[in-house]
Every structure is written in C-alpha cells, then in structure tokens.
Design a protein. Structure first.
Length: 131
C-alpha cells in the first residue's frame, strides 16, 4: 500500500481548476490594458507623421510663400503599412489631417482623427482610445 501512494504523480482536478481560474483573472485584467497601449501606439504614428508634414510644409512655404496640398510633392510619404490616411489643405495656411483607416483597435463606429496646422496646434477631434 505504501508503494502505491509514493508513485502517485500529477495534479488533482481541483489544483488544475484553480490554475485556470487564476489565468482567467489575470487575462481579464491584462487584455484591456493591452488594447489601450495598442491604440496609443497607433496614435503615435499619426502624431509623428503630422509633425513630419508640418516640417515639410514649412520648408515648402519658405521656398514658395504658400503651403501645398500635394503631400508627395513636399516630400511626405508613409512607409510600411500605415494605420492612418493623410491629407492637407494649402494656400496661405494649412491644416493636415490624419484619419484612421477603419476602426483599428476597439471595433466601434468611431474613426480616430488628428489635425495639425501651421502653428503646430495638434488636435484630436475623435479619440478612439478613451470611452
């Protein structure tokens, strides 16, 4: 009888159920935080690209005394797989806009939109990272 008890190896069903419950609780805490960080990382692309557009527009303005609507013409291009589309108005002043492609993170009906103007005022009119 003693020999049989010594050879029992493994986990009981209760121990496995406790481990699964703990993993579930940790996942319930971690997944919303991950989604928020993912959303903010995608917004960093928009902020950085709009800053690049502003610098390129200022260089164009210094040479031609007006702002351009042609982003490739001022030397702006997004490499890789962008999360936003970019556009710009031109003339005596400019406003560049970054619009989220689809609804990337939260799958709601909102579309994240960022703008910047010649004064460097960066604004977020629709923020999909907050509820």
């Amino acid at each position: 009888m003693k020999k049989m008890l010594k050879n029992n190896k493994g986990f009981t069903l209760i121990e496995l159920m406790i481990v699964v419950a703990i993993i579930g609780i940790l996942a319930a805490i971690a997944i919303p935080n991950f989604m928020n960080y993912q959303c903010k990382a995608k917004q960093a692309e928009a902020k950085s690209s709009l800053g690049s557009i502003r610098v390129a527009q200022e260089a164009y303005f210094a040479e031609y005394d007006k702002y351009s609507t042609d982003l490739p013409g001022i030397g702006f291009a997004v490499k890789g797989d962008p999360n936003y589309t970019y556009s710009s108005t031109g003339g005596a002043d400019f406003t560049a806009t970054a619009t989220e492609i689809g609804t990337q993170v939260k799958n709601d009906d909102k579309t994240d939109t960022w703008t910047i103007n010649q004064n460097g005022d960066l604004k977020n009119s629709i923020n999909t990272c907050t509820d």
